[in-house]
Write a protein that binds this ligand. Structure first.
Ligand code: PHB
Length: 502
C-alpha cells in the first residue's frame, strides 16, 4: 500500500499536463542559444498546439516569469525565483561562497563548485572568477559532460581522502583544473571544488603542486561550513506564486501550472532535510492532493527527487534559466522598465552609475531631444550638477563622498557652486529619497531622480526623468513624475532581488 506521504507510480491522469507543458516551454526559452522567441518558434520546438503555447505564455507572463514584447517572448529576471530555488535549497552558494571568494583571492585563480546532475552531467553552482581563464566561461547552472571536466571523475568514485582529479584541456584548449571532492553532512560527496587556470600560467602538474595542499586544507573548512546547522531563514520569494494562484484569475490562466511552480519554489525553503507533502501543503496553502500531483509531475521530469517521505529539488531545476539570468547586466535588467516608464510619462528616462566624481549613462530611452548635447550610453556629466549625481552621492556613507574642488564650476547661472551647500543638499536628498535639479546642468533642463538599490540595499544606480523646465513648476513636475519614477525603480529593485534570491 502507498503511504499517504509518498507518491504512487505516475499515471497519465495523475500528472499535471499544464505543468509539464509549461516547463517544456520554459526549457526552450532558457536554452543557451535562445533569446527572444516567437510563439511559432515555441510551437515548433515543443510540438505543442499553438493555443496551448498561447495559454502557457499568457500564464507565465501573468506570473512575471516571461516578458512578451510584440510577438517575441523572453525570460524575465523573476524566473530566477524558480531556477534559483535549487541553489537556496542545497545551500552551497550561501555556505561556501565566502570561503571560495577568499581562496580565489589568495590563489589569484578562479574557483568553482559543481554538483552531479544525473549519471553523466555536472552542473556549476558557484563561480568565483579571478582571471580571464578562457574564452567561454561556465556560468552558474551550466551543464558539462562528466567525462570532460575534473569534477565528473570525482562523482563517479567513492569518496577518499587522497582522491583528486585534473582536467588537462578536456573541455577547452588552454583550460586546466584541479578538483577535490567535498563531503556533505551525511559523509557522501555532494560537490567538488575546482581551481581553474590556464596553460599560459601552469601545466596541470605545476597547478597541482601549487594549489592541492592548500585546497585540501580549505576543504576541511568547506566541509565544516556544509555541516553547520542551517539557521538562515528561507528568503521571502519576490514572486509570490501562491498569491498569484489565489487571486481571481481570468479565463486562459493555467492554475495548475502556477500551482506546480509554487510547489517548486516552496521546495527552495528546504533547509537540507527535504520537505514532506504536508510541509509543502502548508508552505503553499494548496491542498495535499494538488501538491502530490505537482510533485509527481516534477519527479517525472527530473526536477524533484523523492526519498521516502522527503522531497527535494534536483540540480536540473537550474536549467530553468539560471545560467542565462546569472549573466544579465544592470542595463539589460533596467531596459524594459525604462521603456515602460517612458511610455507612461512621455519624457526621456535614463539610468546612470557613479564613476569617480562623474555620472555615467548605462541605459537611456529618449523621447524628444531637450539637451543641446545628445546623450548616449557612456556619456558623463559632473555628479554635483545633476539630480542623478546627487542621488548617487546621497547613497554613499558620509566618509565615502568623493573630494570636490573648493569651488564647483558653474555650468549655468543656477548651478550650486559651494561644496558646503552641495553637502547639505545631498543630505536632504538622502532623507527625501529623490533629487530634483532645475537648470543647473543646462538652461531649460529639469531632472528628477531616485536611487536604485541592489538586493543588499546599496545604491547601485540612479534613475531619472528629464523634461523641459518650461513645462510647469518644479512642484508640479515632482507631483506628476515622482510616483511613476519610484514605481519603476521598485520594479528594477525587485528584479535585482530575484536575481540574488539564493
Ligand atoms: C570551471 O569552473 O569553469 C571548470 C571547472 C573544472 C573543469 C573545467 C571548468 O574541469
Amino acid at each position: 500500500m502507498t503511504s499517504p506521504e509518498s507518491l504512487p507510480d505516475a499515471t497519465d491522469c495523475q500528472r499535471v499536463g499544464p505543468l509539464e507543458r509549461g516547463l517544456a516551454v520554459l526549457r526552450v526559452l532558457c536554452a543557451p542559444d535562445a533569446d527572444r522567441l516567437r510563439h511559432s518558434d515555441l510551437v515548433r520546438a515543443t510540438g505543442l498546439a499553438r493555443s496551448t503555447v498561447d495559454r502557457v505564455v499568457a500564464t507565465l507572463e501573468r506570473l512575471d516569469l516571461v516578458r512578451v514584447d510584440g510577438r517575441e517572448v523572453s525570460i524575465a529576471p523573476r524566473l530566477m525565483e524558480v531556477s534559483g530555488a535549487y541553489l537556496r535549497a542545497c545551500g552551497i552558494p550561501a555556505a561556501l561562497g565566502p570561503l571560495t571568494e577568499r581562496l580565489a583571492d589568495e590563489l589569484d585563480e578562479s574557483v568553482s563548485v559543481a554538483v552531479p546532475d544525473g549519471e553523466d552531467g555536472v552542473r556549476f553552482v558557484l563561480q568565483t572568477r579571478r582571471r580571464r581563464t578562457m574564452a567561454v566561461s561556465f556560468r552558474i547552472g551550466d551543464l558539462l559532460p562528466a567525462g570532460r571536466c575534473a569534477p565528473g571523475a570525482l562523482f563517479a568514485a567513492p569518496w577518499s581522502e587522497e582522491q583528486w582529479a585534473g582536467d588537462d584541456q578536456l573541455i577547452e584548449p588552454g583550460l586546466i583544473a584541479v578538483a577535490l571532492p567535498v563531503r556533505g553532512r551525511a559523509g557522501r560527496t555532494v560537490c567538488a571544488v575546482s581551481v581553474v587556470s590556464h596553460t599560459s600560467r601552469h601545466t596541470l602538474q605545476s597547478l597541482k603542486e601549487a594549489v592541492l595542499p592548500r585546497l585540501r586544507e580549505v576543504r576541511t573548512e568547506l566541509e565544516a561550513a556544509l555541516a553547520a546547522p542551517r539557521t538562515e531563514a528561507a528568503p521571502a520569494a519576490a514572486v509570490d506564486l501562491t498569491l498569484a494562484v489565489k487571486r481571481e484569475v481570468g479565463p486562459g490562466f493555467l492554475q495548475s501550472l502556477a500551482r506546480g511552480l509554487a510547489v517548486l519554489v516552496a521546495l527552495g525553503g528546504d533547509r537540507g532535510e527535504g520537505m514532506t507533502l504536508s510541509g509543502l501543503a502548508e508552505a503553499t496553502g494548496l491542498a495535499r492532493a494538488t501538491v502530490r500531483r505537482s510533485l509527481l509531475t516534477l519527479e517525472q521530469l527530473g526536477q524533484v527527487a523523492c526519498e521516502g517521505r522527503q522531497f527535494r529539488l534536483a540540480p536540473r531545476v537550474l536549467e530553468l534559466g539560471c545560467a542565462r539570468l546569472s549573466e544579465l547586466t544592470l542595463p539589460e535588467i533596467a531596459g524594459p522598465h525604462l521603456t515602460a516608464l517612458v511610455g507612461r510619462v512621455h519624457e526621456s528616462a535614463s539610468l546612470v552609475v557613479l564613476d569617480g566624481t562623474d555620472i555615467r549613462y548605462v541605459a537611456r530611452v529618449p523621447t524628444v531631444r531637450i539637451m543641446s548635447v545628445s546623450i548616449t550610453v557612456g556619456t558623463r556629466f559632473p555628479a554635483y550638477a545633476t539630480s542623478m549625481g546627487r542621488v548617487l552621492l546621497a547613497g554613499l556613507a558620509p566618509g565615502e563622498r568623493p573630494e570636490l574642488p573648493d569651488v564647483l564650476p558653474a555650468l549655468t547661472r543656477h548651478t550650486v557652486t559651494s561644496p558646503q551647500e552641495l553637502d547639505s543638499i545631498v543630505d536632504r536628498v538622502a532623507a527625501d529619497g529623490f533629487a530634483l535639479v532645475d537648470e543647473e546642468l543646462e538652461e531649460g533642463l529639469r531632472s528628477l531622480a531616485v536611487p536604485v538599490r541592489d538586493a543588499r540595499g546599496r545604491v547601485v544606480a540612479a534613475l531619472n526623468v528629464a523634461q523641459h523646465a518650461g513645462r510647469g513648476t518644479a512642484e508640479e513636475a515632482r507631483n506628476a513624475l515622482l510616483p511613476a519614477l519610484r514605481e519603476a525603480a521598485e520594479l528594477i529593485e525587485a528584479d535585482l532581488r530575484a536575481l540574488r534570491s539564493y
